[in-house]
Design a protein around this ligand. Structure first.
Ligand code: PEP
Ligand code: CO
Length: 467
């Protein structure tokens, strides 16, 4: 490996240090009024315990390597932005539960392990399309997520406050603590499949479809138990691996949580198992790519319609110079109208150059629009982007490895459509997101069922006559 050279030599930046990102431009950073205070808080954060461990991070990377080869499937999802107000045991449980339900539907449907990665326990900071917001002639800094400022529209609330970074650390620690208890302490036991169906979903068509599948699986589990395979003999039946992820946006925070692994030597960002770079911060000569290229975690990179094949290959070289399977997940988010023209040239370039990546589809962020004052998304647009994603990969002979959703286990009214036929005039009923609109529990279950159907479509024979 020592004589290995990247293909894009002119772009190659050899020296990485935990703070080498500081000499480069970082997009989407808050204008901290007191940088001295920020420094003090980050110093404290750097002395606190890590939130995740390097061994877990390596396990996720191994799982994602399986995804890149088509032996497993990635399900990533959760809130657009976590919030300080909506922080209690029930919401954490419900966010986990909907992901477990979707994962069971997918595992049952596609007969592959499903790697579960929450947008949770750290997803607090948001990139914004404008640094300022105007209301009735008054202009203030935009809300950038609870780890930075407050959504209330006042000068005081919108002032970036680094104490919020510390608060997000503690909220993430507490969230992870409960997630670890749920996933290891019986809640995630496959014998509990029926109890995961929440009351308000249970009577809906999707809830009933889920219940029928759970009954079916319950029969299989009882059979297995009769032949001696149950959670006492096979602990995997009662335990789930649930990984955490967030957008690595505030680099001071990420640096403070980055630790050198005492056993293997590399640096790991221990704020989450997986970190991703957003569509607005993925410049190859920018601070975010610089920071993330040096940590050993699995990395996601959002890819929108502006990226060219060359730029994408440069990103692959920067972020995954050794072409390590499982290291890099490309999360495409084009919109249902642009994916057909945008995705194939990128897939071909990555394929031609032999780059190992996980292709994941974020069908949410290209499909946002407004109805009145509500930002929303249409279930049909989300579904269409997903269907095209699967069909394009199937046609190109590449692997549709995963999905990335904004969703919640609650009964919210934020995205329109689905078989529940949520209408525009219902958006006002339970519109609770602090940022982008999420699929609710019923829409999420329906999406999982539809996804299994798409993933089942057979790959065309590459040599076959198209006519
Ligand atoms: C997000 O995932 O919430 C987000 C802002 O996505 P993107 O960077 O793709 O716009
Ligand atoms: Co979002």
């Amino acid at each position: 490996m020592s004589d290995w050279k990247p293909e894009w030599k002119s772009e190659w930046k050899s020296e990485w240090a935990i703070d080498s990102w500081k000499s480069l431009e970082a997009q989407q950073q808050p204008d901290w009024p007191d940088r001295h205070q920020l420094g003090e808080i980050c110093q404290r954060l750097a002395s606190y315990p890590p939130l995740v461990f390097a061994g877990e991070v390596r396990a996720l990377k191994r799982n994602l390597a399986q995804v890149s080869q088509g032996h497993a499937f990635l399900l990533q999802g959760g809130d657009c932005a976590e919030s300080f107000n909506d922080f209690n045991a029930n919401t954490i449980r419900d966010k986990l539960r909907i992901m477990l339900q979707m994962a069971v539907i997918l595992t049952f449907g596609i007969s592959k392990p499903v790697i579960k990665v929450g947008r949770i326990a750290g997803q607090f900071a948001k990139p914004r399309s404008s640094p300022v917001e105007e209301q009735e002639g008054c202009e203030l800094p935009s809300f950038r997520g609870d780890s930075i400022n407050d959504s209330e529209f006042s000068a005081e609330a919108r002032r970036p406050d680094p104490n919020r970074l510390e608060r997000s650390y503690f909220q993430s620690a507490s969230t992870l603590n409960l997630l670890r208890a749920f996933t290891g302490g019986g809640f995630a036991d496959l014998n509990q499949l029926h109890t995961w169906n929440q009351d308000f979903v249970a009577n809906s068509p999707q809830g009933q479809r889920y219940a029928a599948m759970a009954t079916h699986l319950g029969d299989a589990l009882r059979f297995m138990s009769a032949v001696g395979i149950d959670s006492s003999t096979t602990p995997i039946l009662s335990h789930v691996d649930y990984f955490t992820s967030h957008e690595a946006l505030i680099l001071e925070y990420e640096q403070a949580l980055t630790r050198q692994d005492s056993m293997h030597g590399g640096y790991y960002d221990c704020s989450a198992h997986m970190l991703w770079i957003g569509e607005r911060t993925r410049q190859t000569d920018g601070a975010h790519v610089e920071f993330l290229r040096g940590i050993r975690n699995p990395i996601g990179c959002k890819i929108g319609p502006q990226v060219s094949p060359d730029e994408l290959l440069r990103l692959c070289d920067c972020l995954n110079p050794r072409n390590e399977p499982g290291r890099l997940t490309l999360i495409t988010r084009f919109s249902h109208t642009r994916i057909a023209s945008s995705l194939p040239p990128l897939v071909r370039a990555v394929q031609r150059e032999g780059r190992s990546v996980v292709w994941s589809c974020d069908p949410m962020h290209g499909n946002t629009f407004s109805i009145g004052s509500y930002k929303t998304r249409d279930f049909d647009h989300i579904l269409s982007e997903l269907q095209q994603f699967c069909a394009i990969h199937q046609a190109e002979g590449t692997i549709p490895g995963g999905v990335h959703f904004e969703l919640t286990g609650d009964n919210v009214t934020e995205c329109i459509g689905g078989s529940m036929d949520l209408r525009a005039e219902q958006l006002c009923e339970r519109y609770e997101t602090t940022c982008d609109p999420r699929l609710n529990a019923e829409q999420s279950l329906e999406m999982a069922f539809l996804l299994t159907e798409m993933l089942h479509k057979k790959q065309p024979d590459k040599g076959a006559d198209a006519s």
